[in-house]
Design a protein around this ligand. Sequence first.
Ligand code: G6P
Length: 489
Amino acid sequence: FGASEGKPMKQRLLVVANRLPVSACRRGEDSWSLEISAGGLVSALLGVKDVDAKWIGWAGVNVPDVIGQKALIKALAEKRCIPVFLDEQIVHQYYNGYCNNILWPLFHYLGLPQEDRLATTHNFQSQFDAYKKANQMFADVVNQHYEEGDIVWCHDYHLMFLPKCLKDYNSKMKVGWFLHTPFPSSEIHRTLPSRLELLRSVLAADLVGFHTYDYARHFVSACTRILELEGMPEGVEDQGKLTRVAAFPIGIDSDRFQRALELPRVKDLIIELTQRFAGRKVMLGVDRLDMIKGIPQKILAFEKFLEENPVWCDKVILLQIAVPTRTDVPEYQKLTSQVHEIVGRINGRFGTLTAVPIHHLDRSLDFLELCALYAVTDVALVTSLRDGMNLVSYEFVACQGVKKGVLILSEFAGAAQSLGAGALLVNPWNITEVADSIAKALNMPADEREKRHRHNYAHVTTHTAQDWAETFVSELNDTVVEAQIRTRQ
Ligand code: G6P
C-alpha cells in the first residue's frame, strides 16, 4: 500500500469518526451519488506528508438492504472511505440519544437531562448500551481493514468506547483518540452514570488529545479523582501503562480561504454584497443551530445594543447564518422556534419599511459565498456558551486581509486561548457586556483594528490544520515507540 518503486513506504492511517466526510444520496437500487464535504478534518489530513489515510465512519443514511450496502461500499472505496452501517434504531439511541442528548450537552456544561430532556432519556441505560454497541460496530469495521503497522486515529465524543474495543481486538494496534469538544471539569464528568467505563476506555488509547491545555488537565483530573489513578506531567498511568495526554490545538487550511478570495466568482460576490449593504455596517454570526452556540443570547445582546444606541438602528445589520443540525433531537427543534420568535420580535420592534436589523437564514452557505461574506463583514460575533475550539473565528480572520474587522469572541470557546489578544473577549451570558462590546467594535479606530487583526492573522496562518494533524500523527507514532521501549526495559 502506498509503496511504489524507489519511494518510501507511506504510513497507513485509519481515521475513524462518527460521520464520513461525504454525503451519500441514493439514486437507484444499486447506485449512489456522493458529495465530498471538504471540512477541516479532510483538508488537515490531506496536508499530512507521507501518510496514506482511509476514513471509516457512518455515511449518515439508513441502508437496510444488501444490494444498496454493496453499491455504497464500492462507491465510497473510490473516495478512500469505508462505511459503518447503523440501523435506524441504533442511530436513534446512540446518535440522537446518548451522543447528542447526553454527552454533547454535558461536555458543554449544560448538564444531564432534566425536564423535557429527561422525558426523552428515560432509558439512560439502553442508550448507553446502544452507544457501546455502535462503538463495537465501528471497531469491527476497523478490525476488518487493519493491517499490521497501521495507526488508528479515533475522533470525538461519539467514539469514547472505541479505543477499548480496538485494544481488545489487538493490544498492539496503535490507537489515538482526539476530542473535538471541551472536556469538562471532573465535577461535571462525575455526574455521568457511565463515567468510569468511558474514562477507562479512553485510557486504553496510546495518545489522547484535546484542543486546549485546560481540557487535557480536566481529563487528567477526572482520571485521578474518579478512577484514583496517578496523573503525571505526560499523562495518566494505570498499572504501569502510560497513556499520553496532551493539547493539540486545531487550525484551518488558511491558504484555501486565500485562494478562494482570488476567484472571480468570490470577487463578484464581494462587490454585490458591498453594494447591497452600502451605508450599513455588517455584523456576522455563522453557527450550527445548536444550544451551545449561544444564538439567542447573541441576538438579545444585539437587541440591547440597538435599544441603547438608537442612532445605529438603520446603520447596522446582523446577518445570522444558522445551519440546521441534529433536527431529530427535540432540544434542537425547540431552539429553532425560540430563535425564530426572538428574531421576529426584534425585527418587528426595530425594523422600518425599508430595512430590518436582523437577517436570519436557516441554512448553510456554499464555501465561496461564505468566503465573500466573511470578507465584507465589519464585526464577527462568536458567542458560544462553550465550544471546543470554534473555527468560524479562524475563518473570519483568514478572510479579513482588506477590511481588518473586529472579532467578538466568547471566552468559553477554545479559540479564546489563541485569538484572545486580538479579539474582544466576552462572557456570552452577560448580555450587557456583549452589547457594550458591539458598540466598542463598531466604533473601533482603524489603527486598533489593524493591530488586533495582525495578531490574529499571524496565528491563523501559522497554526494550520495540517500542522495539527501532522503533530498528532507523529506523536502517536512516537508514543508507540515509547511503549515498545518500556516493554523492552
Ligand atoms: C461538532 C462535533 C463533530 C460533528 C459536528 C457536526 O463539531 O465535534 O464531531 O461532526 O459537530 O455535527 P453532526 O451531529 O451533524 O455530525
